[in-house]
Design a protein around this ligand. Structure first.
Ligand code: PEP
Ligand code: MG
Length: 807
């Protein structure tokens, strides 16, 4: 524990001002001493309140810590108030004078607190005895951490010097609070991780002893600039490196209005900038492509198309001819587009606005002849930027980038997706990252938790280095079963396929051992185009998927647009109830040309590899027959055109509308397979919006009606001897796995990440048991009973830990 230095300052000078100053300096010093010798946070804080109360001659000194999530201020240490309420007394920010300090982020003083309109009485503290109040905020950069309060029994006005003194103390205390919190989080995370590993290893019967390091690190003095930022995890893994800030070389908003003197000269400069930008992008695309053959370089094409868009270019030239300087004309036109994108309700499309902004900034940089901001990046850097645009992707190619921190929240932005494919740990959504993080400062990027630490202690760095090593080893272990079949203990073989959208997903599918693509959501790549892609463009796209999957089977689903997926070129009005509206196959059947173009491309792709075609949102036989008719027309056209296509292509229907499920036995004769889409099936069957968090608890895959309906669909297919696959999220739900297996589903298609764990599950259970479970589960009447029954079943199998982990 800290030993206090005796204060001698008061007697050392006769000048009262100097004496006071000396007294105050020694108080700050002493607090520093306490902190420097601290081993126990609470004890240290208590000691600080004791010393402050004594030296400032107040009856009370208390420290409250603020939790921004709950909006509560909790008493952590006090001298003068009842100690029994430490850790228990919590007040809302809107109440009391202490809360007012947080609201204002400024010191608050009251000579007679009892008369203050914000005074709030907390009887537990016996506080009515104290009249004067002075509270100062504890801050971490500009965020509040807590409040340091002094109170006196008598009415007293604190001098501005005393206010400053208390502020100086508060800033020292803030340091140790930040440090303590950082270590606390680290320990909790480590504990969780350790638990996870242990339980998983147990479930697999390969328990290994993981040494637990509980010794922690004693909280010491905070280093300047230590910081913990919480954002969203966008790409997993850990990185430790030095900050490299990518401040946009030129921001649209920074371009100032300028009139053109020489209009022809400006037009020429603009045209050269367009040319230079196109060349830059082509070069980048080639480099990225060479590095990651499967990377989704179609995004470069989408941007380049914009550069080739006559009306876009004409609009800018028009402005120049009307007298605007070239860069100002670009700014104006691009800003209009960006705003239009920002107003869209689809997140994916909103994020496309970033691509447009990038084109604009690239053009402006070329017009102004500015340097590329990506120069001077050292190996092992952690790039910090507001947004990573396509122009910045070349930095990813250097292979030496440690991590990425983004201010924007774009988890689905192209750059984030690419960062993921390059396996670069990435945290997004840190709005103030550029403002807070300094060039060259050390940072840790925790891409699993979505947390960033700046200037961490050596101990913290060591902890993370160790975590990083273990994390890699753990992942390698999970992937070890990559080439083993998904086969039950008694030999029932199931196929595990991947659900994919963008080409980038293929890497994950391959990495996690997918045996093919069970669901290719074609609407996702379509969203990136300016118009419906042509037959040739689609054929190229599908061919890349087939090649990317090493010619393993690929099920291509025709467009499932509408609901929450609107490409800009599909002029759809907003609907009251889009999930029950004009979506999916309904759109396809009414836009026959578009539909036929897609079907022609799919049929032609069938010559390249093993392709099946799948119709979404089928609700009855009429729709199915009409879709098949158009498919036949497409085939006949290809025949006439003399183009190669797959004459035996298998045709499937998604079973995701309850009416289709009810008609399964009548429908199966007209298709080659069913694919059950539980995401929609559950929402339509239970009347629960799959995207609405308010009713999320009602969205229940373990509802008995869901199992009964799936059983009926599978039974109908069984009678006709046709295969059934499942491609909704339920396919990756381990608790559902036994009954689904037992019912006879032969293919499960899921987000690639889940393939290894589902495979492990299947490899640890007997099919005979799964069959019994399937029979019994459909007889159960309530969700509770279904859940209880399934938990019991997996418990008896000894795989409950595995299920717990992923459920
Ligand atoms: C489904 O509805 O279960 C499905 C797989 O399709 P999507 O999630 O694309 O609607
Ligand atoms: Mg669906």
């Amino acid at each position: 524990m800290a030993r206090l230095k005796k204060v001698k300052a008061e007697g050392e000078t006769s000048a009262p001002g100097a004496r006071r100053r000396g007294h105050e300096l020694s108080l700050v010093d002493d607090i520093g001493q306490i902190i420097g010798h601290s081993h126990d946070l609470l004890e240290t804080l208590h000691k600080i309140t004791e010393v402050v109360a004594e030296r400032m001659n107040t009856e009370v000194c208390s420290l409250y810590i603020y939790d921004p999530k709950s909006g509560l201020l909790t008493l952590w240490a006090t001298t003068g108030l009842d100690k029994a309420v430490v850790g228990k007394l919590a007040m809302r920010v809107e109440e009391g004078l202490t809360g007012l300090v947080i609201e204002r982020l400024e010191p608050v003083m009251a000579v007679d607190a009892l008369q203050h309109p914000r005074y709030k009485y907390f009887p537990e503290t016996g506080e009515e005895r104290f009249h004067s109040f002075l509270g100062v905020p504890l801050m971490q950069k500009r965020e509040p951490l807590g409040v340091l309060v002094v109170q006196t029994r008598h009415r007293r006005r604190f001098t501005s010097r005393q206010v400053r003194l208390l502020r100086a103390i508060a800033s020292q205390v803030a340091g140790i609070v930040i440090h303590a919190r950082l270590l606390e989080t680290l320990k909790t995370r480590e504990k969780e991780r350790e638990q996870f590993r242990r339980r998983l290893a147990e479930a697999m019967g390969r328990l290994r002893a993981y040494e637990r390091r509980d010794d922690g690190v004693a909280p010491g003095r905070r280093k300047p600039g230590q910081l913990r930022l919480v954002g969203a995890a966008a790409s997993p893994g850990f990185a430790i490196g030095k900050v490299h800030r990518l401040h946009p070389g030129v921001l649209l908003e920074e371009v100032r209005e300028r009139r053109a003197d020489d209009i022809e000269g400006e037009v020429a400069a603009f045209r050269m900038a367009v040319q230079a930008a196109a060349e830059e992008m082509e070069a980048q695309k080639t480099r990225i492509h060479a590095l990651a053959a499967d990377a989704d370089v179609s995004i470069f094409d989408a941007q380049r198309m914009m550069l080739e868009d006559k009306s876009f270019l004409a609009r800018i030239e028009e402005r120049i001819r009307a007298g605007a300087g070239a860069e100002w004309a670009v700014r104006e036109v691009v800003s209009n587009y960006v705003e239009a994108f920002a107003a869209m309700s689809d997140t994916y499309l909103r994020e496309r606005g970033a691509d447009l902004r990038d084109i604009g900034q690239r053009l402006i940089r070329n017009i102004l002849g500015l340097e590329d901001r990506r120069r001077g990046l050292n190996p092992g850097s952690v790039v910090v930027a507001q947004e990573l645009s396509l122009s910045d992707l070349s930095i990813l190619e250097r292979g030496s980038l440690a991590g990425v921190i983004l201010g924007s929240g774009g988890v689905t932005s192209h750059a984030t997706i690419l960062a993921k494919s390059f396996e670069i740990p990435t945290v997004v959504g840190l709005g103030r990252a550029l403002e807070l993080l300094r060039e060259g400062e050390q940072v840790i990027v925790d891409g699993n938790a979505g947390v960033v630490y700046a200037n961490p202690d050596a101990e913290v760095v060591r902890e993370y280095s160790r975590l990083e090593k273990e994390y890699k080893a753990f992942n390698a272990e999970l992937e070890a079963a990559k080439d083993l079949p998904a086969e039950t203990l008694d030999g029932r073989r199931v196929k595990l396929y991947a659900n994919i959208g963008l080409l980038i997903d293929l890497q994950f599918a391959q990495r996690h051992g997918a045996e093919g693509v069970g669901l290719y959501r074609t609407e996702f790549p379509f969203l990136g185009y300016k118009r419906f892609p042509t037959e040739e463009e689609q054929l190229k796209l599908y061919t890349r998927v087939i090649e990317g999957m090493n010619y393993k089977p690929v099920t291509i689903r025709t467009l499932d647009l509408g609901a929450d997926k609107y490409p800009p070129y599909l002029k759809l009005g907003r609907e009251e109830n889009p999930f029950l509206g004009w979506r999916s196959i309904r759109i396809s059947l009414e836009t026959v040309d578009v539909f036929k173009t897609q079907l022609r491309a799919i049929l032609r792709a069938g010559v390249v590899g093993k392709v099946k075609v799948l119709f979404p949102m089928i609700s009855g036989l009429e729709e199915l027959r009409r879709a098949k008719e158009i498919l036949e027309e497409a085939a006949a056209e290809l025949e006439r055109d003399g183009l190669e296509y797959d004459r035996q292509m298998e045709v499937g229907a998604m079973i995701e509308v309850p009416s289709a499920a009810t008609l399964a036995s009548k429908m199966i004769g007209e298709v080659d397979f069913f694919s059950i889409g539980t995401n929609d099936l559950i929402q339509y069957l239970l009347a629960v919006d799959r995207n609405n968090p308010k009713v999320a608890a009602l969205y229940e895959p373990l509802h008995p009606a869901v199992f009964v309906m799936i059983e009926e669909v599978v039974a109908a297919a069984r009678v006709a001897d046709k295969p059934v696959s499942m491609c909704g999220e339920m396919a990756a739900d381990l608790l559902c796995c036994l009954p689904l297996l037992g019912m006879g589903i032969e293919e499960l298609s899921m987000a690639p990440f889940f393939i290894p764990v589902v495979k492990r599950f299947i490899r640890s259970v007997p099919f005979s048991l799964a069959q019994r479970v399937a029979r019994e589960v459909v007889a159960l009447p309530t969700v509770r009973e279904v859940k209880g029954y399934l938990f019991e079943a997996v418990k008896q199998l000894g795989v409950v830990e595995l299920v717990d982990m992923y459920h």
